[in-house]
Design a protein around this ligand. Structure first.
Ligand SMILES: [Zn+2]
Ligand SMILES: [Zn+2]
Length: 277
């Protein structure tokens, strides 16, 4: 059994995650075997195990644990970056914590997940300026029209109308999320990670050829913008100029995301081993 098998174990019917149909598949194993294997993985690969369980929404407690472990890891390794080493000891833990929280959020994203719409702030509606044309006929003009009619003259009412543009603020449906309040994290490749290679398809005489999506690098979903992380640090702890972020922080932040992936892979290997009787 691998980590995805745990999801199947927790949500037996609701999710159709495919696992290798081997003798060690969750169905073939007893509940006790599974519990023992999971327990073993939990103690030997606590970090990756918690990271995965939190990511899959199985346990919130595990997300918190993974973030704490990642913060510890960040504190242990940040001194190799001079700009981070120089941070005052009273703010360094907070900076590392923010980096860990965001790295975990990025790691937890998948094409199936969604995030709060940044256009309407999760309200579903936005205030939009609308211009409407208002028409009115001045009292004096009405008098003239009345008199003209009495004298048997032809009257075209619109000629007496006064037009003016009125600016108004209206609540309209947010165009980005279309009122759904959230937007999908799936990339424009529909979360597939691949797109049709037009050139190659042409060369092959119309037989579709595919290539890795350059927008998401094959991940299938859009990543959390590193700029968002910088803003969170600036707003809450210390001002980090854009250049400093790019030169010193960004790579370190990316290494935290990689650490989570690495730890998950490690837990995955541990669990597979524990279930190979
Ligand atoms: Zn919206
Ligand atoms: Zn893509």
């Amino acid at each position: 059994m691998n980590l995805e098998g745990i999801v199947k174990y927790h949500f037996p019917k609701s999710m159709g995650i495919s696992d290798s149909p081997r003798a060690t598949s969750p169905d073939a194993m007893t509940g006790t075997d599974n519990m023992a294997a999971m327990g073993m993985t939990q103690s030997r690969a606590a970090f990756g195990y918690s990271a995965f369980l939190g990511k899959m929404g199985i346990s919130k407690h595990d997300s918190e644990r993974a973030i704490n472990l990642l913060t510890d890891h960040a504190l242990k390794t940040c001194d190799r970056v001079p700009a981070l080493r120089k941070l005052e000891s009273d703010i360094k833990p907070s900076v590392m914590q923010i980096l860990a929280i965001y790295a975990y959020a990025d790691y937890s994203r998948s094409a199936a997940s969604s995030r709060e719409c940044d256009c309407c702030g999760g309200a579903g509606f936005i205030d939009a300026e609308v211009f409407t044309m208002k028409t009115s006929t001045p009292v004096a003009a009405l008098e003239i029209m009345k008199k003209s009619k009495e004298w048997g003259l032809k009257v075209i009412p619109s000629e007496y109308e006064r037009r003016r543009e009125v600016r108004d603020v209206q609540r309209v449906l947010c165009h980005k999320c279309k009122g759904k309040r959230v937007i999908s994290n799936a990339c424009q490749c529909n979360g597939k990670g691949v797109v049709v290679d037009r050139e190659k398809t042409m060369l092959q005489g119309g037989i579709p050829a595919y290539k890795t999506c350059s927008r998401c690098n094959g991940r299938g979903y859009s990543r959390l913008l590193p700029e968002t992380v910088r803003h969170a640090i600036c707003e809450n702890i210390i001002d980090v100029p854009e250049t400093t972020w790019r030169r010193a922080y960004k790579e370190f932040y990316e290494s935290l995301v990689s650490e989570l992936i690495k730890q998950e892979e490690y837990a995955n290997r541990m669990l597979s081993k524990a279930t190979e009787w």
